[in-house]
Design a protein around this ligand. Sequence first.
Ligand code: TEU
Ligand code: CA
Length: 548
Amino acid sequence: KPGWWKETVVYQIYPRSFRDSNGDGVGDLRGIIAKLDYLQDLGVGTVWLNPIYASPNDDNGYDISDYRRIMPEFGTMQDFDALLNGLHQRNIKLVMDLVVNHSSDEHEWFKQARSYRTNPYRDYYHWWPAEKGKPTPRWSFFDVNSDAWKYDSLTNSYYLHYFSRKQPDLNWENPKLRQEVYKMMRFWLDKGIDGFRLDAFQFAAKDTTFPVLPAGYEKNIIKYYGHGPHLHDYLQEMNREVLSKYNVMTVAEGAGSGPADAMLFVDPARKELNMAYHFEGVDLGLGPKGFQLAEFKRLYTRWDSAFAQKGWLSIFLGNHDQPRMVSKFGDDRPAFRAPSAKLLNTFILTMRGTPYCYNGDELGMSNIRFDKIEDYRDVATRNGYQQVKNQGGNLSAFLATAKRFARDNGRTPFQWDTTRNAGFTTGTPWLKINPNYRDVNAAAQDQDPNSVLNHFRRATAVRQEHPVLVHGRYQLLDAANPHIYAYTRTEGQNKALVVLNFSSEPRSWLLPAGLQLSGAPWLNNYPTFTPAATLALEPWQALVLPLR
Ligand code: TEU
Ligand code: CA
């Protein structure tokens, strides 16, 4: 069915941390296969897998050394085929990560490219010959020195890497590179996968004259580092040559600097991608003021109205690059962890746009909050720490920030049950397991009708039953209220009201004039509900109510 990607619920699996089948401490494809029934019971329609390709794992698979092979730690191509088959048998689609802003420095292309200047693969990457002097400065997200140019003595040149030095950027201006990528995409699509998530693609198109950047450029890094003049030509070419031949979904990670930029990726008339995700929502929690609900509401409302007529968004509050959503947007203290996690899942599953649910968030998994740098595995955190150390900076301030925001907070192994290592592995887990697994785990929540997990299952079912929650017009109510996020969804005669108490205190909320409740709640994260002109809301109560 064309447009199926609007109605699906995407569940993101971080394979390294999902389930280890062979005791080496690393999650793998057989581990996912063992949990297919769990996925089916979640009621999700699509699984998005973080990269599972061959990789030296400098950045956990985002540094790919062979795009057509499975990372041996994760399994074999046979395992992959079995996984794809098992998902399809359960009517679940599979979306893969497409990481083509950069490859690994151990990819054959890069090995060739760096070997001598006239090598046919040289132009697959960006080089700056040292006889031209130092390259114009470019900053790297992950490098210890923050320098995106790495000197390579073999050819007396620098190569560009926006991410780690083991992730050299590919040169999209080279049509040969583009054709190689398209061929590789066809390889996976012909196996029957159902789409791609385009990693960091906005950075793929660069101004390759590498001009000196104006002062203050850091405030708009996407514009100056990515979003090059040919970005949309590449996407239209990719669509024409590959995507248009398959009934698949595509989503861009990052979409420029605001709704107008994002629309360029997903306006159906332009024939590029289906949807994009912006980071404004998840970045909000990072500001000095922390999380402000009124701003959060304004932001989501602004994005919704920009896409009211055409285009499509994705809705998410967590992923493998973020701390846990319940720790950032909810309240992960024991008394409020479950209700606030349920509320956040209710939000994701009742907004207009395709919901992306990150594995573990259906249980309300929370930040681990490491004390020591040795506990971290993420290249971003480790190199960031090393840099502060080299500069004689404030290491305890760095660690305090990492505790709240480091990516490893969202990457700790999945908590299956109360057995050793939370049932994730019989060996030593690659990253420490959150000790709260004794209370927070799938097995216990499966048995408890009031668990976060069972609320999540009800929420996916409700979205499935009520298309108004997928397609209906969104309208914000009571915009200025600093504690309550309330909105309606309307499609023809069908109308629903969503009321979310984003606070750890009871609140009352006056139903706006003209709204008439009609029957029992579709969703409620507390056992009781009394219809009244003024609703009495428990801490973090989340209600989805049918309206007349
Ligand atoms: O993330 C891209 C990424 O890091 C952006 O979020 C970037 O930091 C942001 O746009 C800056 O404003 C993807 C993956 O999700 C991540 O795990 C990888 O580490 C990264 O690409 C490199 O492949
Ligand atoms: Ca394993």
